[in-house]
Ligand binder design. Structure first.
Ligand code: ADP
Ligand code: ADP
Length: 234
C-alpha cells in the first residue's frame, strides 16, 4: 500500500505582492517501510514538501494522502491530531527540550500527545533507548551529550509513538561525517526493525547514497526518481 500519495501538488507562498512557487505540480508515491531521500540545492523546495507531508502546511493545490487519509484540506485541529498519531519529526537542530533528561525527552510525546499510562511509557522509552544506543545516557541532559547522541535521542522521540512515518529535514546537517553516516545507518536499522517509513531531505552526497529511493527537486519541480531496487524513472 502507498503510505504517501502526492498528486499534482503545488505550493505558492504569497506575501503581499510577491508570490513564490515553491513546489510545482509534483506527483509521487512512497510505499510502506521505504527509506527515501529528497535531494536538491538550497531553495529547491525540500522543506516545503516535508512540511506539507507532515501536515504542518497545506498545499495550494493538488491532493496529498498519508495512510489513506486526504490531508490536503484538513483543518488545523484535525491535522494536529492526525500528525500526533501518524507522523514523527526529526529536526536538523535536534529540538530537544533542555530542561528534560534524555529519558524525559523521549517520553514527552507519550504524555503530551497520547496519554499512555506510566508503566507502558517506561517500557516503550526503555526499548527505544536500547534500540538507538543511548540507554547509558538516559538520565543526562541534552547539554551533556554529543551532537550524534542528541540526534539519536531525537530519532527515538520520533519513533516513540509508533508512528508509521518519520520525516527528517536535513537530519545530518549539524553532524560530522562519521556521526552523519551512523545516523543514516540507525534510521535504516529502525526501518528494518519497526517497518517505519523514513523520508528525509539532504544535500549531503554521502548521505544520499544510502537511500533506497532518491527524489531530486530543482526549482520546485521533481526532476528525477531513482529506485535502487527497481531501476531509474523520470
Ligand atoms: P529547501 O528546503 O530545498 O532549501 P524550501 O522549501 O525551504 O527549499 O524553499 C523553497 C522556496 O520557497 C524558496 O524559494 C524559499 O525562499 C521559498 N520559501 C520557503 N518558505 C517560505 C515562506 N514561509 N514564505 C515565502 N517563501 C518561502
Ligand atoms: P531550509 O531548507 O530553507 O534551510 P529549514 O530546513 O531550516 O529550511 O526548515 C525551516 C524550519 O522548519 C526548520 O528549522 C525546522 O525546525 C522546521 N520544520 C518544519 N517542518 C519540518 C519537518 N517536517 N521536518 C523537519 N523540520 C521541519
Amino acid at each position: 500500500m502507498h503510505l504517501v500519495e502526492c498528486s499534482n501538488i503545488t505550493k505558492i507562498y504569497q506575501s503581499g505582492e510577491v508570490s513564490v512557487k515553491a513546489i510545482q505540480d509534483v506527483s509521487f508515491t512512497v510505499d510502506e517501510s521505504s527509506f527515501v531521500a529528497f535531494v536538491g540545492p538550497s531553495g529547491s523546495g525540500k522543506s516545503t514538501l516535508l512540511n506539507m507531508i507532515g501536515c504542518l502546511d497545506p498545499p495550494t493545490s493538488g491532493t496529498l494522502k498519508v495512510a489513506g487519509q486526504n490531508i490536503s484540506d484538513m483543518g488545523r485541529s484535525r491535522a494536529a491530531a492526525f500528525r500526533g498519531e501518524n507522523i514523527g519529526f526529526v529536526f536538523q537542530d535536534f529540538n530537544l527540550i533542555p530542561v528534560l533528561s534524555v529519558f524525559e525527552n523521549i517520553e514527552y510525546p507519550l504524555i503530551m500527545v497520547q496519554n499512555w499510562p506510566k508503566a507502558r511509557r517506561e517500557k516503550q522509552v526503555n526499548e527505544l533507548l536500547e534500540a538507538v544506543g543511548v540507554a547509558d545516557q538516559a538520565n543526562k541532559f541534552p547539554r551533556q551529550i554529543s551532537g550524534g547522541q542528541k540526534q539519536r535521542v531525537a530519532i527515538a522521540r520520533a519513533l516513540v509513538t509508533n508512528a508509521p512515518l518519520v520525516l527528517a529535514d536535513e537530519p545530518t546537517a549539524n553532524l560530522d561525517r562519521k556521526s552523519a553516516e551512523r545516523i543514516i545507518d540507525l534510521m535504516k536499522k529502525m526501518r528494518d526493525e519497526f517497518g517505519t517509513t523514513f523520508i528525509f531531505s539532504t544535500h549531503d552526497p554521502r548521505v544520499v547514497k544510502n537511500a533506497e529511493i532518491i527524489f531530486t527537486l530543482e526549482d520546485g519541480c521533481l526532476i528525477s526518481q531513482e529506485d535502487s531496487k527497481r531501476g531509474n524513472h523520470v
